[in-house]
Design a protein around this ligand. Structure first.
Ligand SMILES: *Cc1c(COP(=O)(O)O)cnc(C)c1O
Length: 364
């Protein structure tokens, strides 16, 4: 986006809003979307807000064949004073640029992208759920639109932001999940695209996810692609362990997606005076810690669930129950602290929130 002027074209047929009591994740979309076009040599242009509608693309568009596409995920919350709050949105646009770079796609202007998002939120303000725990999920993404079957970076792209009202991840409060440690398939290897939020990573994960679901597990835990020994992450979450009082998480190694929730937990714990150790964590270490009663808590972190406690890990047919299958004290404390900052119940002491007042002035 070379210019920050955003053209706004409003729909004259607003959709009926879904019932907030039973919102399913990612099923409902709002009335408008943000779009910008990129042409090589000319940069980003035509930033606009238009009615939400199907996209018309040439069947030869590179995105369909070679997967040149990246995305982001974040949420807007409505606080009790009716202001609209975004959690660290600049981090998402920064990461979008990292993903774009990995896929040989053009960089976006992060400030203009955030401005586009804020404009879109003003237009769609009524879609931000009011029920406690609900939020508006924000999905920015970029696709390669050039019609060309040669394997090369496209010369034309589109950047979209779409919005979806979503329910709380936990219908009856935070509760632990069961996770299967994946031994057959791998998600990513060093040098691959694991550190980017790009479609191919998720398509290639479906097979393992399908098996895990059919066995009653909610997600898979990925191991490193070389030795199948060290923990990487879980589904679309990063993972933390509390072992004998110490909080540890796998270090960023080029194949793990660097979560913003992960980063926030590390910063929050440092702020509280309990630093997190970022290092390699092997399954052998976890099994040993479990055997000796030292594996105190396990939890995943990501935008969707914020904190997802793990009550059971299955590795090679053996089950490790963690904290008797109930939510640990640290997991609960972190969940409460983060969600209260997000919704404005607690002070934003680490300066993470960008907010729009109900009269739409940016008040950060
Ligand atoms: C998005 C994502 C995460 C979590 O990132 P957040 O920024 O915390 O939402 C973790 N792992 C994968 C594979 C992801 O796609």
């Amino acid at each position: 986006m070379t210019t920050s002027k955003i053209e706004i074209n409003l729909t004259n047929s607003r959709k009926e809003k879904p019932n907030e009591e039973n919102l399913v994740f990612g099923r409902h979309f709002t009335d408008h979307m943000f779009v910008a076009d990129y042409v090589k040599g000319m940069g980003w242009q035509n930033a606009r807000i238009t009615p939400y509608a199907p996209i018309s693309l040439d069947p030869a568009s590179i995105v369909f064949h070679y997967g040149q596409t990246v995305f982001e995920g974040l949420k807007a919350y409505r606080s009790k004073d009716q202001s609209i709050r975004l959690f660290r949105p600049e981090e998402n646009f920064r990461r979008l640029n990292q993903s774009l770079d990995r896929l040989c796609m053009p960089q976006i202007d992060e400030a203009n992208a955030l401005e586009g998002l804020l404009e879109l939120l003003k237009v769609e303000e009524e879609w931000i759920p009011k029920l406690e725990g609900n939020s508006l999920y924000i999905r920015p993404f970029v696709i390669a639109t050039e019609a060309f079957l040669g394997v090369a970076p496209a010369t034309t792209y589109q950047f979209y932001i779409i919005l979806s009202p979503v329910g709380s991840y936990y219908e009856e409060g935070i509760h632990p999940v069961k996770i299967l440690v994946e031994n057959e398939f791998v998600r990513a290897v060093k040098g691959g695209t694991g550190g980017a939020k790009t479609a191919g990573n998720y398509a290639s994960a479906l097979k393992a996810q399908e098996t895990a679901s059919s066995q009653g597990y909610s997600q898979v835990m990925w191991l490193d692609g070389v030795e199948r020994k060290y923990v990487e992450e879980v589904g679309s979450m990063n993972i933390f362990f509390k072992i004998d009082g110490e909080v540890v998480t796998p270090a960023i190694n080029g194949s793990i997606l660097e979560g913003i929730t992960r980063k926030s937990i590390i910063e929050l714990l440092a702020h509280w005076g309990t630093p997190v150790t970022e290092r390699k964590v092997s399954m052998d270490e976890l099994a040993e810690a479990h055997n000796s009663g030292k594996l105190e808590e396990v939890f995943g972190t990501g935008t969707a669930a914020v904190i997802s406690p793990v009550g059971e890990l299955n590795w090679n047919g053996k089950t490790m129950r963690i904290n008797d299958g109930i939510t640990g004290a640290l997991s609960k404390k972190l969940y409460d602290a983060l969600t209260k900052i997000q919704t404005g119940e607690n002070e934003d002491s680490l300066n993470w929130i960008t907010s729009l007042s109900p009269t739409y002035e940016e008040i950060k």
